[in-house]
Unconditional design. Structure first.
Length: 979
């Protein structure tokens, strides 16, 4: 078109080249089919052309669209740029197309009927680079900006920029040659794909999915297409792309509410358009996995829309309404549970082709309804193949009566079905317990859901009729025995039963049951058969035997009344956590056999719950090692419980409380005498409990019936690796500790004479204050015993020795008798029956392995005589070997001490008169020798025995060693264990 114009100008320029430097201006001229007005041309570096108006009438084919116009302009542009530095044409008319052209070294502006271009130009060698301000294809309403690179040598164009069309804005990449243009674009979000109607002709079904059924902001993530520049059309097979719609709303059918999605992923390839629904929700139901695919999108003959719905929800009205919109009717309604449903519906473009439907429904924990008949299905596979419903390997449960696996073919018109069933359970029960149950039995089954429901279990010979009542008749229980857990558990092998069931709350029955295994006895014989009748009404069950000895009432609790019977209760077999209700057992004149023990009960009430067992009972004929006010206890009213592996037993006034828990035991006593023997010590060592706690108040602990521990309060705490004992009586306080490393610490303070005399079983100390402490280990225990201002009474041999020593100065020298007599008169507290100890200490070491008690130091300050010595007591052989210094004549020493010469001659360096006594031999009768006289005193004086026996008796008590006297007492005792 424009070529002859430029050729014409070019010839003029050649002929008039010499005039061009000053410029040529012509008002108007014409030649051939060209008319020019206000023509001006000048040459600088290149030609400068300025024309107001040009009209050209072409004899060639006219340009028909913007793509063709753009192609022609691009082909001519490099030639123009080679010759012209600047071109300005205000109006260029070519046939029916008008142009405005501005061109210089930097700017190109072109406007005509089909295109409008405003661009910056940069020419490099054989390439021209455009910085497009805008490129508008008017007939297509396309707007471009960006960068264009034209390679004229390779006849190739590349474009990178933005593309705008209606509400579409995208980034675009174009590669173009003479024959084909390739497009790739990525868009910003926009509202609709309806603009494609201008370029694609589709079937109405496909168009509804492309443009109407989907709402939301669309974002093209990638679209590729090719345009045939020679034939001027899009190459449809080349189109492929991906798009996404955020928060899309999809309408599957005009009669169904929209489906909301997080996003809709769209893909197109080889004439296949696919909609993938991401997190779709339909009325708060998930349709995850659903999609729509349009096959052969542009083919009216082969086009087909596939709608695939998938959900994990119940088949309620919402889901069924979707199916109903497509004329798919299922006669089943799901009231609860979940269904994994997948349904594929195929809609051909051609009306002559029928829609096809195939669905798979997997039901879980579903409550279903067919007409007015309700049943449950834990698992079911339902196949919908157009109008036929097949049920495969499906659970079928009617109330609690029938639970089976079915394979059926359901005729939706007659509501009758036939097939086979594997009965998991055929059950007749009340609210809490089953009466009849058949398990794991395969049988042919017929079901009729019209009016009354009839279920026939052919292979079992059982007919169930559901009308106003449910009637079940089983004439021979032996036929269902292999399938009934209840019958097996109770060994009911024979009998018959007839039931009329209104509902679970209203059942009446009569039965003869034989071969039972009940935990009750009559006259030491097990009861194995019963003739019973019963009724269940409004949640209450009453069952009774004809002889009246057994009565059962079941309400919110299970009450069992037994009289004149023996009851066997195995605590290990009571599965408390599986109880459905509280069990209360009322016993009258009954023997309770529990584990290895037998309890004689006047009456008792035992409550068994999931939380544990509570009981209250009047128990008689008891044998316990305790007394109350010195009276033997043979009858007690006890209250107790067994909860969370904790057994608690207590009296009503809670003065006796026992608790057993796994590996621990605790005991609390108040005001009881506890009887304890050396034999009990061995039992304690072997006790199975790892933790023992004993607390007591106002109690007396009797050891071997003679030795008493008085206590206002005491605590005993025994662990695997430690022991602790604390005892308080009036002002007396004693603690015993044994640590993890077996170290022992014993401490006592303010020990009264009453407390010690009770331990010894004799009246030895009168008044004063005693203290004892020790530390170490069993085979190396060091300790000290302290006595202050206490009279030792009842030791006749000790008093005889004191009297003998007190009179001994007269035997040595009569001149010394006077001060001795004065001393006897002035030492208060001295008499023939008691020895007053003002201060006394005994330091000792105990070796358990060697069974030796080392008296490291014994010091007493008393009335007229003091002791200072040491020794060894053999506790295994009951012998003693000790040396004791007796310090006496203390008044005489005071007088003589005042005379210097006599002081040295008579008293020596120690300024006192003393003698040494040696005790050796048996503790019962040791040999005693002294340097007071040179003759051996062989009389049985038990001075050492009585002095050493006092601390040794305490150690005997701690070690559990009995004296000969104690052994004699034990022979006459009858010890009974504490239960």
């Amino acid at each position: 078109m424009i070529k002859p114009i430029f050729l014409f100008f070019f010839l003029i320029i050649i002929s008039l080249f010499s005039f061009l430097y000053s410029g040529i201006k012509i008002d108007s001229f014409s030649f051939s089919n060209i008319f020019v007005s206000q023509f001006y041309i000048k040459i600088d570096k290149k030609l400068i052309l300025d024309i107001d108006y040009i009209e050209y009438k072409s004899e060639k084919a006219k340009t028909s669209n913007s793509f063709e116009e753009l192609k022609n302009s691009i082909e001519l542009l490099p030639k123009v740029l080679n010759f012209f530095q600047k071109i300005k044409i205000n109006k260029l008319k070519i046939d029916d197309n008008e142009f405005e052209i501005i061109l210089n070294d930097e700017i190109l502006y072109l406007d005509n009927k089909y295109i409008n271009i405003a661009s910056k130009i940069d020419k490099i060698s054989n390439q021209v680079v455009f910085e497009l301000y805008s490129l508008y294809l008017k007939d297509l309403d396309f707007l471009f900006d960006g960068k264009v690179k034209i390679d004229y040598f390779n006849e190739k164009l590349n474009y990178y920029g933005n593309f705008y069309y209606e509400n579409l804005q995208s980034n675009i990449n174009v590669e173009m040659n003479k024959k084909i243009a390739k497009f790739y674009l990525v868009s910003q979000p926009f509202k609709s794909l309806k603009f494609l109607k201008n370029f694609l002709h589709l079937d109405p079904i496909a168009e509804s999915w492309m443009y109407d059924n989907v709402q939301g902001d669309i974002k093209i993530e990638g679209l590729y297409a090719e345009y045939d520049l020679e034939n001027n059309h899009i190459i449809e097979d080349s189109i492929s792309g991906r798009a996404q719609i955020k928060d899309a709303k999809i309408r599957f059918h005009n009669n169904v509410d929209v489906v909301n999605t997080k996003s809709l992923d769209i893909s197109f390839y080889k004439d296949r358009l696919h909609f993938d629904l991401i997190e779709p929700m339909f009325k708060e139901k998930s349709l995850d996995g659903s999609f729509v695919t349009i096959h052969n999108l542009t083919s009216e003959k082969n086009g087909q829309v596939d709608v695939f719905l998938k959900t994990n929800s119940k088949l309620d009205k919402d889901i069924l309404d979707i199916l109903k919109a497509y004329d798919i009717t299922l006669p089943i309604t799901q009231k609860s549970g979940n269904t994994q449903a997948s349904l594929l519906m195929k809609f051909p473009y051609e009306e002559s082709k029928k829609m096809s439907t195939y669905g798979e429904f997997f039901l879980n924990d579903a409550q279903m309804r067919i007409n007015d008949f309700e049943f449950e299905s834990k698992n079911a596979e339902v196949i919908l193949d157009d109008s036929l419903i097949k049920i495969k390997n499906s659970d079928f449960k009617y109330k609690d009566m029938i639970n089976a696996t079915l394979n059926l073919v359901l005729d939706t018109k007659t509501l009758k079905s036939q097939g086979d069933a594997t009965i998991k359970s055929f059950l007749i029960k009340d609210e809490n317990e089953s009466f009849v149950e058949i398990k794991d039995k395969k049988t042919a089954i017929d079901l009729d859901f019209n009016n009354e429901v009839n279920i026939s279990l052919k292979d079992l010979g059982t007919h169930i009729k559901v009308s106003d009542l449910i009637y079940v008749n089983i004439n021979d229980l032996s036929k269902i025995y292999p399938y009934s857990k209840l019958l097996k558990d109770n060994s009911i092998k024979e009998g018959h039963i007839a039931l009329q069931i209104k509902d679970e709350k209203n059942i009446s029955f009569e039965a003869l049951i034989k071969g039972m295994n009940l935990p009750i006895q009559k006259d030491e014989r097990n009861i194995d058969s019963l003739e019973i009748n019963g009724k269940i009404e409004n949640g209450k069950t009453n069952i009774s035997s004809k002889d009246g000895n057994i009565k059962i009432e079941i309400d919110d609790k299970l009450n069992i009344y037994l009289q004149n019977l023996d009851v066997i209760l195995d605590n290990k077999k009571i599965e408390k956590g599986n109880l459905k209700q509280e069990i209360i057992i009322n016993l009258f004149n009954t023997k309770l056999k529990m584990d290895a023990d037998i309890y004689y009960l006047e009456n008792a009430k035992i409550s068994i719950k999931n939380s544990g067992i509570d009981f209250e009972a009047d128990v008689k004929d008891l044998t316990l090692p305790i007394k109350k006010n010195n009276d033997k206890i043979e009858k007690l009213t006890l209250i107790g419980s067994i909860k969370d592996d904790i057994t608690s037993i207590k009296t009503k006034n809670q003065d006796l409380v026992l608790e057993l828990k796994n590996d621990s035991v605790s005991l609390y006593v108040d005001g009881y005498n506890l009887h304890y023997t050396s034999a009990d010590s061995e039992k304690i060592e072997k006790i199975k409990y790892k933790k023992v706690d004993i607390k007591g108040k106002n109690s007396i602990i009797l050891y071997n019936e003679t030795n008493k521990l008085l206590a206002d309060d005491f605590v005993v705490r025994i662990r695997e690796d430690s022991k602790f004992i604390s005892l308080d009586y009036k002002e007396t306080s004693i603690t015993f500790k044994e640590s993890k490393d077996k170290k022992i610490d014993i401490f006592s303070n303010n020990v009264s004479d009453e407390f010690v005399n009770a331990i010894l079983g004799k009246h030895i100390f009168n008044g004063g204050n005693l203290m004892f402490y020790a530390s170490g280990y069993k085979n190396n225990l060091n300790g000290k015993f302290i006595i202050e201002n206490s009279n030792v009474e009842g030791l006749t041999i000790l008093n005889n020795l004191l009297l003998f020593i007190q009179t001994s100065p007269a035997l040595i020298n009569p001149l010394l008798a006077i001060p001795a007599v004065v001393g006897m008169a002035t030492n208060s507290g001295f008499n023939l029956l008691a020895y007053n100890i003002i201060d006394g200490t005994i330091d000792f070491n105990y070796d358990k392995d060697a069974e030796l008690l080392y008296i490291k130091k014994l010091i007493t300050v008393g009335n007229g005589i003091d002791f200072d010595g040491s020794g060894i007591v053999d506790l295994k052989n009951f012998t003693i070997d000790s040396n004791i210094k007796l310090i006496f004549f203390k008044d005489y020493s005071k007088i003589v001490g005042m005379i210097p010469v006599v002081n040295y001659v008579l008293l020596g360096n120690n300024n006192r008169v003393e003698t040494e006594v040696n005790l050796k031999g048996s503790l019962d009768n040791p040999e005693i020798s002294t340097n007071l006289t040179k003759d051996t005193i062989n009389i049985p004086m038990n001075i050492g025995k009585r002095i050493f026996n006092s601390p040794s008796m305490i150690f005997d008590f701690i070690r559990g060693i009995d004296t000969l006297e104690d052994e004699e007492i034990k022979k006459n005792q009858i010890n009974k264990p504490l239960r």
